[in-house]
Design a protein around this ligand. Structure first.
Ligand SMILES: Nc1ncnc2c1ncn2[C@@H]1O[C@H](COP(=O)(O)OP(=O)(O)O)[C@@H](O)[C@H]1O
Ligand SMILES: [Mg+2]
Length: 329
């Protein structure tokens, strides 16, 4: 059963008197227990869609134009703000890279981990601080009892991200949404955090939506990959199937840009030329067509619908008019 089902989500932005539909019409779902990796270059609408479904989109300049985001049977977009606030940090955990939602520099780490426990689990400060010590141990921070009285600046970047994870999982959320949580960290620390998240996910049986611009990260943590571009799904499917035989030229380009050894064997080297589209000046057709060396005349005229890939596994879907394996053969 789907724990989260997004149906026809549409989000716009107003800027300097102009308006752009940055998420035109987004539909996807996440099954209970699944880890969905959402990938795409900067500006593809990954963060905006996550903020919109959590009720955190700044409105204005943003505006939710339509759609539903059904979590556990209830539409988040139609929910009163007070109920949504109860879900966030409770049954839905979040980890953002965004400094706005990051740690508060003037509060101790202990206070910040205790806060959601007091609020969502009705714990006393004493109970919450005890639990906070356990949580620090769980995310690999030793000497937790002493660390609780320290401030964020006394922690390294990797340790701060571990604290953010401790806060996000403190109430044992059913769903965890992580938006580029390891992007600012060096590669070694990033690997440690990914391993930690996979372990916590399995232990707490969390469903995860993991947002990143890095294909390599998705390969390590996700069951299903969803490639986004210009606010749309270009391709989606089981990670193994998509990595072994991508059907969107955009996915192919992202895979080819992985460091040698991480990318799938064979294939021509393709770097994605050009820049992501200006959503305030949309072109007709497939949004990736202007950068796609394989684009056909139809790609420039008409936007392709997301459809099942016939000669692949169930759940593999693509939005493309061309047949990529044939073009690459
Ligand atoms: N505050 C804003 N004002 C205007 N446009 C915005 C704002 N925030 C995001 N956008 C637009 O929304 C689109 C998607 O952005 P975003 O979701 O942040 O991308 P991603 O997270 O995939 O890098 C971009 O085209 C961006 O220009
Ligand atoms: Mg983002």
């Amino acid at each position: 059963m789907a724990l989260l089902a997004i149906e026809g989500l549409s989000v716009g932005f107003a800027r300097e008197g102009r308006f752009a539909r940055v998420i035109p019409d987004l539909t996807y779902s996440v099954e209970a227990g699944e880890t969905l990796g959402i990938v795409g270059e900067s500006g593809s609408g990954k963060s905006v869609h996550a903020l919109a479904l959590l009720g955190l989109l700044p409105q204005p300049p943003g505006r939710i134009l339509g759609g539903r985001a059904v979590f556990d049977g209830h539409d988040l977009l139609a929910m009163p703000e007070a109920r949504l606030r109860d879900l966030r940090g409770g049954r839905i955990g979040m980890i953002f890279q965004d400094p706005m939602t990051a740690l508060n520099p003037v509060l101790t780490i202990g206070r910040q981990i205790a806060e959601p426990l007091i609020r969502h689990k009705a714990m006393s400060m004493r109970q919450a601080l005890d639990r906070a010590t356990d949580l620090l141990a769980l995310v690999g921070i030793r000497d937790g009892a002493r660390r609780l009285s320290q401030y964020p600046h006394e922690f390294s970047g990797g340790m701060r991200q571990r604290v953010m994870i401790a806060i996000a999982i403190s109430c044992e959320p059913a769903l965890l949404i992580a938006d580029e949580p390891t992007t600012a960290l060096d590669v070694t620390v990033q690997g440690q955090i990914l391993d930690l998240m996979a372990e916590l996910r399995d232990r707490l049986r969390m469903t995860m939506v993991w947002i990143t611009h890095d294909m390599g990260v998705v390969a390590g943590i996700a069951d299903t990959i969803q490639v986004m571009y210009a606010g749309r799904i270009m391709e989606r499917g089981p990670v193994n199937a998509v990595f072994a035989s991508p059907r969107s030229a955009y996915t192919y380009g992202l895979l080819q840009s992985l460091p040698h050894g991480a990318r799938p064997p064979g294939g021509r080297l393709m770097q994605i030329p050009g820049a992501p589209p200006d959503m305030f000046a949309p072109t007709p057709g497939d949004p990736f067509a202007p950068r796609n060396p394989f684009a056909t005349p139809r790609c420039h005229r008409e936007a392709p619908p997301l459809r099942a890939v016939e000669d692949s596994v169930a759940g593999h879907m693509v939005a493309a008019w061309y047949d990529l394996p044939r073009l690459l053969a």
